[in-house]
Design a protein. Structure first.
Ligand code: G3I
Length: 332
């Protein structure tokens, strides 16, 4: 999509989001975003001061065979951030998706599964110690009804795999900030309550958990602002740093034929503005940052994954700023 001139705010893109912000502004990147001379690189360098690997630190990519770790591409990405004194957020040590075949087919009793999980977590955390200062230890462990997802980890190790994962990560890098990351925690009360109760339980038993990643795959229609505000409060009041992770704002959550017009783009701009203002009401020590799940509509995961037309990010398919960018900048 290219915005017509009349649709664009005229803030330009020679400004910088992170330079204006009092909290880190992050983006998920792939290796092609770092190629010299490209518009992708220009955007990520100018606008963001925290990077997350969209895919290459996930188990299938970083640990493709039982005795093989695939460091080179990820090292390059992490060093790219560290050399610019920018933060690198690790995503994700454990997930039920994007596991390598050997892990999915691993044969062993529960002690052997636990040892395998420990090796994975500790090898990756140790390798990046001092460079990756915060990790999503666990991603999406709950179902929408608030029950624990029956992942391979749960099947083979039991529900205690969760606390073990946090303990193993902490043992490998005691100074790393450790997050639980999930979606729909604002929208879905049952799921939010289940995660809050997990966090209370872990904290009572001194299991090291320091932050919550609220994946913000949201839309211009929902969740509403008061629901988001209550979710933010629920989590920072438990003493967790709050990461608005994986932010994109869908214009077309129902997957219908859309008439892309200025009204939709302005609604999207208003939503990011509202979200940013709500985020800035969190007490400072709990503001870990906001991370966009990509920078330009060209590369968003949403159209491919859901098979629908959508434009959820800050820059359009011609890498031009959208009203959403300008309104977000204004809010900082
Ligand atoms: O790497 C292969 C490549 O070799 C192959 O040629 C190509 C062909 O399709 O596929 C490539 O893998 C794709 C990978 O992204 C890297 O581009 C996978 O097919 C594709 O499924 C994968 O999608 C990622 C998705 O997680 C996987 O579930 C998205 O990029 C990524 O944005 C998305 O991110 C997740 C978060 O990690 C967790 N929260 C939800 C979020 C959205 O699903």
């Amino acid at each position: 999509m290219t915005c017509k001139k009349s649709e664009q705010s005229n803030c330009g893109d020679n400004l910088s989001l992170y330079s204006k912000s009092s909290f880190p502004i992050g983006v998920a990147i792939e290796s092609y975003d770092m190629v010299p001379g490209t518009r992708n690189k220009e955007i990520i360098d100018r606008q963001f001061n925290s990077f997350t690997a969209e895919n290459i630190l996930k188990p299938n990519s970083i640990h493709p065979q039982e005795n093989t770790f695939n460091w080179s591409e990820a090292d390059q990405m992490v060093d790219y951030a560290v050399n610019q004194n920018k933060r690198f957020h690790g995503h994700t040590l454990l997930w039920h998706n994007q596991l390598p075949n050997w892990m999915e087919n691993f044969q062993g009793n529960s002690a052997e599964w636990e040892a395998m999980m420990k090796t994975h977590i500790q090898t990756v955390c140790s390798h990046y110690k001092g460079k990756i200062t915060a990790w999503d230890v666990l991603n999406e462990a709950f179902n929408e009804d608030g029950t624990l997802r029956n992942s391979l980890w749960k099947q083979h190790i039991g529900a205690s795999y969760i606390e073990k994962a946090f303990l193993f990560a902490h043992e490998a890098d005691p100074s790393a900030i450790l997050f639980y990351n999930d979606f729909n925690l604002a929208l879905n009360d049952k799921k939010r309550e289940a995660v809050l109760s997990l966090v209370r339980n872990l904290k009572q038993r001194n299991v090291p958990i320091h932050g919550i990643g609220l994946q913000m795959h949201i839309s211009i229609y929902f969740p509403n602002n008061s629901t988001i505000a209550s979710a933010l409060k629920d989590f920072y009041q438990l003493g967790l740093k709050v990461h608005l992770s994986e932010l994109d704002i869908s214009l077309n959550p129902r997957g219908v034929d859309i008439d892309l017009n200025d009204d939709l783009l302005q609604k999207q701009a208003q939503k990011i503005h509202d979200l940013s203002i709500l985020y800035q009401q969190i007490p400072k020590p709990y503001q870990y940052g906001i991370t966009f799940w990509g920078h330009s509509d060209v590369h968003s995961w949403i159209p491919g994954f859901f098979g629908r037309e959508d434009y959820p990010l800050l820059f359009d398919t011609n890498y031009e700023v959208k009203p959403m960018y300008c309104k977000f900048l204004e809010s900082l």
